[in-house]
Design a protein around this ligand. Sequence first.
Ligand code: KG4
Ligand code: ZN
Length: 356
Amino acid sequence: MKFMKTKVYQLAEVNDEKILILAVETSCDETSAAVVENGRRIRSNIISSQIDIHKKFGGVVPEIASRKHVELILPVIGQALEHASVGLDRIDAVAVTYGPGLAGALLVGLSAAKALAFATGKPLVGVHHIEGHIAANYLEHETLEPPFVCLVASGGHSHIVYVEDYGDFEIMGQTRDDAAGEAFDKTARALGLGYPGGPLIDAQAKMGDGSAVDFPRVYFSDGSLDFSFSGLKTAVLNFLNTNAQRGGEISIPDVCASFQQAVVDVLVHNTIRAAEQKGVKKIALAGGVAANSQLRSSMKEAAAGIGADMFYPRPLLCTDNAAMIGSAAFYEYKRGNISGLDLNAVPGLKLGTACG
Ligand code: KG4
Ligand code: ZN
């Protein structure tokens, strides 16, 4: 990923023992700030989740998310510095997610980070949200180094990414419609389970039979590693409607387990093919769906089948948090990818694009 340098900063000596980055993340419904040391060690990671507010609406309401970020951003940044026991003077750079995400939400974190960078004279590092999710693995696994294949599956994205080097990515497959997390959330909603759907379906599935209902799995015949989950969501809805019309009983755990099995099968199959194509023996998971217990165990088993090692962050680092942004920012900073103070929010930012 290339960042346009609009200002040349005197960077701290990168060989210096400890580069501390203050990172900010507000792309969706988590207001988060963190201090990360040398891209690998979390000194603090404050996450203020708005889930309880958005739950009432069955999903994230962008306008409410932005307003909450405005209320929370300064206290959250203050806490991150306090927990890390550092003052702003000791921070080497300020990092922030500038896309993809909700425009209004991104702008809150971006404005705060730019103001801090301007006031302190520290460099600003704009970070791609997906690059952050991938970097969560560096926080969890101290010795993990590229190249590896990473499945990034969250509420907004389902990407298979070949991480050739730090900040150097190739997208090998992506969803053509719904993201994997979105499929979990919409299915949970149809089942009346609540929001966010992923953890709720994960819990129900543990009590069900994954082979009870044969839901569809989409594999593209042209060899593409892309995903499609909208047909699966429709198949669950049709199954529920048909049963309701017939007055039949359904087992929620069985439907959850069968749905989850269908999603996991496709995610695992395509990711393993990607690793085989690249000839890499390291497979990582990232994003909220990486917290899924069945995805973790099935991917581990399939990875072992091709002699590959599996990496995934603890659940807290799978979902949105600023520490992952601080880790990704460290590698951009080391490469001299410093953003100008004119950095804008880019809601539809693609991985691997330059920013101005
Ligand atoms: O990465 P994330 O916090 O936000 C985005 O960038 O989208 O991911 C949130 C998504 C939600 O769709 C949520 O349902 C899903 O991750 N998720 C899970 C699990 N925990 C969270 N999906 C499946 N199983 C889980 N255990
Ligand atoms: Zn995310």
